[in-house]
Write a new protein. Structure first.
Length: 166
């Protein structure tokens, strides 16, 4: 497995496979996904354009199997600057292999390189598997809006990195 930050040409070439990964990963949780035709492609393109250096794709034997999108310069509703993990998606056939943990480590490293003190994310309230992973990784719940739980990790103090669960 290797993690790559694709350039714009590579991203355009990978986009159909990234859409497929997204759609498969959200198949059993449609309430949390972009659903209409063309929305997923537009959403992933928006994520990439928002911060191309924060878009990470995991390859297994030359084939994309997972991705994460982090915006290193994101402002929350109060105007506070942070890094925002918008998506972390692993193809169902590759879940349970530590890929999500690797992507979280890369996301956190990227947020630190961007000079951020906080890494923020939103996760579906019933996505228990993801919530457990984020909590193991040191994220804490700080609020909820409708079906979304907001979780934040303070990057200024030593916290769990998910390593202890290996």
């Amino acid at each position: 497995m290797r993690i790559v930050v694709p350039n714009s040409r590579q991203f355009r070439r990978l986009l159909p496979r990234l859409v497929e990964i997204y759609e498969r990963a959200y198949r059993d949780m449609p309430e949390y996904a972009e659903a209409r035709p063309g929305e997923v492609e537009g959403y992933l393109t928006w994520l990439y354009r928002g911060d191309p250096k924060g878009f990470f794709v995991v390859f297994d034997d030359g084939r994309p199997v997972a991705f994460a999108a982090v915006h290193g310069e994101w402002y929350d509703w109060r105007g506070d600057l942070m890094a925002e993990l918008h998506e972390l998606v692993v193809h169902p056939d590759y879940q349970g292999r530590g890929i999500g943990r690797q992507l979280l480590e890369v996301a956190e490293e990227y947020a630190r390189r961007c000079g951020r003190d906080t890494l923020d994310l939103w996760v579906g309230e019933h996505n228990d598997r993801a919530i457990r992973l984020y909590e193991k990784f040191g994220f804490r719940r700080v609020g909820q809006w409708r079906i979304w739980v907001r979780m934040v990790k303070d990057l200024t103090s030593p916290q769990p990195t998910g390593q202890e669960s290996r």
